[in-house]
Design a protein around this ligand. Structure first.
Ligand SMILES: Cc1cc2nc3c(=O)[nH]c(=O)nc-3n(C[C@H](O)[C@H](O)[C@H](O)COP(=O)(O)OP(=O)(O)OC[C@H]3O[C@@H](n4cnc5c(N)ncnc54)[C@H](O)[C@@H]3O)c2cc1C
Length: 328
């Protein structure tokens, strides 16, 4: 039985498939660099595998310029995701895109995977490669104005703000990348961070400083509120030292204050660290036999595409060895 409507299949000429009446050898959850690489390695070992994900590409879809993935001196995130997808398409594994896995649990010798629409899938081994998502600010006005001036993706949404005044919250690499993207589009860019200085790579900071007065920083400040009726009209800032409150009229708010791991499907099942990352050993094995994890959702240091892809490969090979040990 297929999962039916709601799933798009990435491979032309075949039906989307995630069979509820079947126990897969391996299920890979997540279609970012880690999950896609795991799927290719699983397929190359002839594993009866399922790749299930909300999207294909993961965070690479939010990335404009990639200059550190081997083999490409420069590639956009979307181009790289398309290349990954093309490679997965060559293999006859089941791929289901468009639905969320909300729970992964051991049930005797197999794992059950429950989707957000209540479907249940089964596999003898699972690789969780669900990556990370943007951390919300948690201030009044934020949730109400998402998509109406509040954005978590400068690459996706910067073009919607030509000639506008915007604020970027966060002065790390993500925030600085957002500012660089906005330099070509916005009128004035305010940067707000609770810390006293930039924490981004020097090459990014240099590009921002070269823009002169177009960028104004409010370091040592926090956003207290995002204001607006039907769209963003401004933000309220608080000076962390003096307590002084000021308002800035802006039409866009880009929130770039870090990422949180999408480890909820295995919370309470596998061990997590204090940041909510899935604890793995050097073979991507979690605290539960047969349950593997790879990429940004794990405790592996440094979150990069090439690292996530390498971890995905390792996880698939480790899962293959595990299944061999179990007799397939
Ligand atoms: C703005 C930005 C710029 C970056 N620039 C670079 C760069 O230049 N170079 C570099 O090397 N790295 C860069 N990175 C980091 C890089 O994108 C990540 O390290 C990499 O994408 C991690 O891959 P992943 O597969 O572990 O996770 P992700 O890319 O996060 O993919 C996770 C996948 O899991 C899916 N998923 C999540 N939860 C579920 C669920 N419950 N059920 C089903 N599917 C689920 C998602 O839809 C997604 O497909 C950047 C990141 C950002 C945000």
């Amino acid at each position: 039985m297929g999962l039916g409507e709601g799933f798009k299949f990435v491979v032309p000429g075949r039906e989307p498939r995630a069979r509820e009446d079947h126990t897969y050898q391996l299920a890979v959850v997540g279609g970012g660099p880690a999950g896609l690489t795991a799927a290719v390695y699983a397929a190359s070992k002839n594993l009866d595998a399922l790749l299930i994900s909300k999207d294909i590409g993961g965070q690479t879809l939010l990335t404009s310029d990639i200059e550190n993935y081997m083999g490409y001196q420069y590639v956009t995130g979307r181009e790289l995701a398309a290349k990954f997808e093309e490679q997965v398409k060559k293999y006859p594994i089941d791929v289901a895109v468009g639905e969320e896995v909300v729970r992964v649990e051991p049930e005797g010798e197999v794992f059950s995977l429950t989707t957000s629409t209540g479907k249940t899938l089964r596999a003898r081994a699972v690789i969780v490669a669900t990556g990370k998502r943007s951390r919300p600010l948690g201030v009044p006005g934020e949730r109400e104005l998402v998509g109406r001036g509040v954005s978590y993706c400068a690459v996706c949404d910067a073009p919607l703000f030509p000639g506008k005044d915007v604020v970027v919250v966060g002065a790390g690499n993500s925030g600085a990348t957002a500012v660089v993207d906005l330099l070509k589009i916005a009128n004035r860019i305010y940067v707000v961070d609770v810390l006293p200085e930039w924490r981004a790579d020097p090459v990014l900071v240099e590009r921002i400083l070269a823009a002169g007065e177009m960028v104004r920083t409010f370091f040592g400040h926090e956003v207290a509120e995002i204001k607006g009726e039907s769209r963003v009209e401004g933000i309220v800032l608080k000076d962390r030292d003096s307590g002084e409150i000021r308002q800035l009229p802006v039409q866009g708010v880009f929130i770039e204050i870090g990422l949180i791991p999408n480890s909820e499907p295995v919370t309470g099942v596998a061990a997590l660290n204090e940041r909510g990352e899935i604890v793995v050993d050097c073979s991507c094995q979690t605290s539960v036999a047969g349950l593997f994890a790879a990429g940004d959702v794990t405790t592996v240091p440094e979150k990069q595409i090439i690292i996530a892809a390498g971890e995905g490969a390792k996880a698939a090979l480790a899962a293959y060895a595990y299944l061999l040990g179990k007799g397939g």
